[in-house]
Design a binder for this molecule. Structure first.
Ligand code: DAK
Length: 254
């Protein structure tokens, strides 16, 4: 693969977007490679948690402006559909994804992070949706996922101003979960990943699906969904082991 590196550290997979000469900007080629990696991960069902980061000083500085500048409406629609398809695969994947936002995370780069389940950022990160400064709007889910994550008012500030925010500001908006010094980002990401990895896969995936589907329902429908998903775990090997281990005062083996 030219643009995506995959690395295992203590059993945890890190996917690195690697196109540093363009600050890891997402061209169609980069998106297709990412899709290939996501497809192979979902086929193998090997990982409960995956880290995603960028090489060099950027996480991802956006969709590739050089390619986009040549697009007509049809090509732009195809590009947007490609991005949506890839990011939806990530969002709905059978593992928990953690974005390690090591640097610039702009436009499509922030949208990639928003499709992940959890975001940790380095103090060096700068985040934003600068599309309006290019005469565009976010095209890989930014208008929808950011508003769902932080609310319409806050998302409106990000989308309409096109400004870049520091990692601390992004944390205060709720865009990122935690902020760490650059040298600690991977270590903290691996620590969180190891914690998630020690939990039961079925419980993790059921929780993820319940949170994600709940967003598309009313509260009352979401609560009914939770009843169903919660009860579906009873009688399963995993919950027998989890509750049994608690009662036997030992660590569960998932
Ligand atoms: N695309 C292509 N190349 C990029 C890039 C990008 N998004 N960002 C940076 N680069 C390239 C630069 O052109 C430069 O290339 P060379 O000149 O060396 O060949 C190299 O990366 C290093 O960048 P700089 O020299 O600019 O580095 P600085 O540290 O000075 O500045 C920066 C870093 C991140 C502030 C700056 O590079 C910058 O402002 N980059 C653009 C950020 C941006 O506007 N990102 C949002 C892109 S728009 C849609 C689908 C998707 C989208 C919208 C619609 N539909 C199809 C409807 C999504 C849109 C976006 O993501």
């Amino acid at each position: 693969m030219k643009y995506i590196k995959q690395e295992l550290t203590e059993g945890i997979l890190t996917i690195t977007i690697q196109r540093p000469e363009a600050l890891n900007a997402l061209s169609a080629e980069v998106l297709r490679e990412l899709e290939e990696v996501l497809d192979s991960l979902s086929k193998s069902s090997e990982h409960k948690v995956v880290l995603i980061t960028g090489d060099g000083k950027a996480f991802v500085a956006g969709a590739d402006i050089a390619s986009m500048s040549t697009y007509n409406e049809k090509a732009a629609l195809e590009f947007s559909q490609l991005g949506h398809r890839v990011f939806e695969k990530l969002e709905n994947a059978d593992y928990i994804s953690i974005a390690l936002v090591n640097g610039f995370s702009l436009g499509g780069g922030l949208e990639l992070a928003l499709a992940c389940d959890i975001r940790y950022a380095s103090t060096k990160a700068k985040l934003g949706l600068p599309e309006v400064s290019l005469g565009l709007i976010p095209g890989f889910g930014g208008t929808q996922r950011l508003a769902r994550l932080i609310g319409v008012g806050a998302a409106s500030e990000w989308v309409y101003s096109g400004e870049m925010f520091t990692a601390e500001q992004a944390k205060s908006f709720g865009v990122v979960n935690q902020v760490y010094e650059p040298e600690d980002l991977l270590k903290e990401g691996l620590r969180l990943a190891a914690s998630i990895n020690s939990r039961g896969r079925l419980a993790l995936m059921t929780a993820k699906k319940t949170i994600r589907s709940g967003l598309n329902h009313t509260l009352s429908e979401g609560l009914r969904l939770e009843e169903q998903k919660f009860s579906s775990l009873f009688g399963k090997d995993e919950s027998k082991e989890g509750m049994g281990a608690f009662l036997e005062k030992r660590k569960p083996q998932f």
